[in-house]
Write a protein that binds this ligand. Sequence first.
Ligand code: ATP
Ligand code: MG
Length: 417
Amino acid sequence: MRISQIFSKTTKNVPTDEQAINARLLIRAGFIYKEMAGVYAYLPLGLRVIENIKKIIRQEMNSLGASELLMTSLQPKETWEITGRWNDSVVDIWFKSKLKNGTEVGLGWSHEEPLMVMISKYAKSYRDLPISVYQFQTKLRNEVRAKSGIMRGREFLMKDMYAFSRNQKELDEFYERSKQAYLRVYKRVGLGPYTYVTFASGGAFTQFSQEFQTVTPNGEDVIYLDQAKRLAVNEEVYNDDVLNQLGLDKQALQTVKASEVGNIFNFGSLKGEQMGVYFTDEAGRQQPIFLSSYGIGVSRLMGVIAEHFNDKAGLIWPKEVAPAMAYLIAIGDRPVQNLTDELYNLLTDYGVAVIYDDRDVRPGEKFADADLMGIPWRIVVNSKTITNGQYEIKGRTEDLPEFVSKEALVKRLTGVD
Ligand code: ATP
Ligand code: MG
């Protein structure tokens, strides 16, 4: 990527109403654009981060045997009336609209009910099950407060997965494997050490759901955390009975702020019974379908990563999600630029994503943008050192650069000799 050819612009103009650290940094670095409160567009570099996160999630969901699909944003009222969740006093974040003929439609804030209705048309027999499907979808929610940048959008990207099982045992096995897959996702995006399985409200059906909470000072949730057991309890269900039940010791718990980066639900047969979704088992009997559902806030995750990894100079992306591995700068005249072009082509041929700052601006400005954008490696080809065949390479959080040969540099970035 040559900076001159991609739409990317760092800026000092952050909207004055934007308080959240994640949004302020991401706007300055040119990763997102604020349309209005809680509504953000993703610019090319921001989209690359989103795509990197999606790639990791996709791999992990596929490893469970789930298949990707895409549901609709427009949803029929009747689907939600089955469970009573069309009612605005039951679900208070609906965006609703009307067709020209007056028919009411909802804008998808969740896809649980639509998926159940759809699956009921396909899974008639035990032979059709189990089924697990997932999607990446823009969810629309009329949130009261949207002050946490992309950590709370009125429009945001979620990965949601739904598993349809024949019995509790089959469901529980899938649930456990999914939980492990979720933990791998958080580890791979760099948040593993700060993310905890957390007991939270189960909604209307079950006592608990399990959340994945990342400890972060600007998180909107409060959790009680047992570091040693790597378990936590959300304040919404925290009480002595619950602690007893979970075998947690009050004295061992820390109270911390956290952000919910995922939430998984084991509904058993309750949702199937409620919605009247049944299948025929081996003995020819009608059985309710068993449902579990699994959500990850993809854009929230990006926000939490930005909140977690930054310093005075800007963002610090973990390598697995960084929009590029290296930020390349030439300091010198035409021959130096030619050498830089060569290096750019070489690295690109090796499949390394490089941002080549080919703008006609001062080196200091390029250094500042490299730091602000949080690219893991900064590479400088400088007329002073290149005469000895030395290339300058610096890690984003290191103070001083190293000077290395072209071969050593390529090896550092590719792992290839
Ligand atoms: P919250 O309690 O934060 O409002 P929720 O429990 O309503 O979230 P779920 O319906 O469980 O959210 O959605 C699954 C995941 O989607 C959440 O774990 C979270 O990571 C993400 N998410 C939910 N609401 C938002 C939002 N408004 N903006 C960004 N991400 C969100
Ligand atoms: Mg939740």
